[in-house]
Ligand binder design. Structure first.
Ligand SMILES: Nc1ncnc2c1ncn2[C@@H]1O[C@H](COP(=O)(O)OP(=O)(O)OP(=O)(O)O)[C@@H](O)[C@H]1O
Length: 263
C-alpha cells in the first residue's frame, strides 16, 4: 500500500489536569482512497482522537503528520487545505442560510478580503447536491431539524475539498435513508481518492464502508481491515454485550446487538 496521507504514531492525549490519558500508544494511518472507521463505546476517546488527527487538539505525546509534515507547523489555512473536519456538534451562526454556512467551508481557499467566487458557489452547490439536500440551499440554518443541520455541516466539510476528511459521527441524528446517503457519499469520496476518517456507534457502518477500522476499547485498541478485525468476540469485548455478525439476503454483513426481548 502507498504511504499514508495522514499518520500518527504513539499518540497519547491527557486532558489538562486529567489524571489518566484518554488514550496512549495509538498508531493511526489513513490512506488516499480508503475509509477508516473509528468505533468504540461512549467516552473512549473517538472525538478526542479525531481532533488530534485534525490538528485541533495537541496530543501529549506524538503528533499527526500530513505527508510527513507535522500539523503543528502548519497555520490554520494550510491545515484546512489538507484536512476538513466535521465536529459532532457545533454552534452555528443561525441567521445564515444553508448556502452561507456551506460556503464557510471555502474559507481556506480565500484570503481575508476575498468574496466567494463562482467556483466557490459551485463547490458549495455540488456538496449540497451530493448529499441530496440541494433543496435546503436557501433555508435559514435555524429553520432546519437536527438531522438536516448535521447534513449541512457535512456538506460544508465536503465543500472544503481537502484530501483528508475527518467526520465525527456523521450519521448521528440521521434517519436510516440519510445514514445510507452519508455512507454512499463516504464510499464514493474514497473511490475518488479522498482519505475519509469517521467515527460511528454502528459497527455495520464500518462493514458497509470496508477499508480500515480502529476499535477503541477501554483496555486496548485494535486496528486493521474492517472485514478481518470486526468479529463478534472483539465487539463484545469493546461494547460489553453480545453482538452477532449476520449476512443479509443481499449478502451484506451487519452487526446485530442483542438488545434483549420484551417481558
Ligand atoms: N474538557 C475535558 N476535560 C476532562 N475530560 C474530558 C474533557 N472533554 C472530554 N473529556 C473526557 O475525555 C474522554 C473522551 O471523550 P471523547 O468525547 O473523545 O469520547 P468519545 O469516544 O468521542 O465519546 P462519545 O461516543 O460519547 O461521543 C471522556 O471520558 C470524556 O469524559
Amino acid at each position: 500500500m502507498s504511504a499514508p496521507l495522514l499518520a500518527a504514531q504513539g499518540l497519547a492525549f491527557t486532558h489538562p489536569g486529567g489524571r489518566r490519558p484518554v488514550f496512549e500508544g495509538l498508531d493511526v494511518a489513513m490512506h488516499a482512497g480508503r475509509v477508516l472507521t473509528i468505533l468504540g463505546p461512549n467516552g473512549v476517546g473517538k472525538s478526542t482522537l479525531l481532533r488530534c488527527l485534525a490538528g485541533l487538539a495537541r496530543p501529549s505525546t506524538g503528533t499527526a503528520l500530513f505527508e510527513g509534515t507535522s500539523l503543528q507547523v502548519l497555520n490554520d489555512a494550510q491545515r484546512a487545505r489538507r484536512i476538513a473536519f466535521m465536529a459532532q456538534s457545533a454552534v452555528e451562526a443561525f441567521s445564515f442560510t444553508v448556502t452561507d454556512i456551506v460556503l464557510t467551508g471555502r474559507a481556506a481557499h480565500l484570503t481575508l478580503f476575498d468574496r466567494p467566487r463562482a467556483a466557490d458557489r459551485e463547490s458549495a452547490a455540488r456538496a449540497l447536491q451530493r448529499l441530496g439536500i440541494a433543496h435546503l440551499a436557501h433555508r435559514p440554518m435555524q429553520a432546519l431539524s437536527g438531522g438536516e443541520q448535521q447534513m449541512v455541516r457535512m456538506a460544508r466539510a465536503l465543500a472544503q475539498n481537502s484530501p483528508v476528511l475527518l467526520l465525527d459521527e456523521p450519521t448521528a441524528h440521521l434517519d436510516l435513508a440519510n445514514q445510507r446517503q452519508v455512507l454512499d457519499t463516504v464510499r464514493s469520496l474514497a473511490a475518488e481518492g479522498f482519505a475519509v476518517g469517521m467515527s460511528s456507534h454502528d459497527p455495520s457502518h464500518a462493514l458497509a464502508c470496508g477499508g480500515d477500522v480502529l476499535v477503541l476499547g477501554h483496555t486496548r485498541a485494535v486496528a486493521g481491515p474492517a472485514d478481518e478485525v470486526i468479529t463478534p468476540a472483539l465487539l463484545r469485548e469493546a461494547y460489553g454485550l453480545p453482538i452477532d455478525i449476520l449476512r443479509t439476503p443481499l449478502g451484506r454483513d451487519v452487526a446485530v446487538p442483542d438488545f434483549g426481548m420484551p417481558h
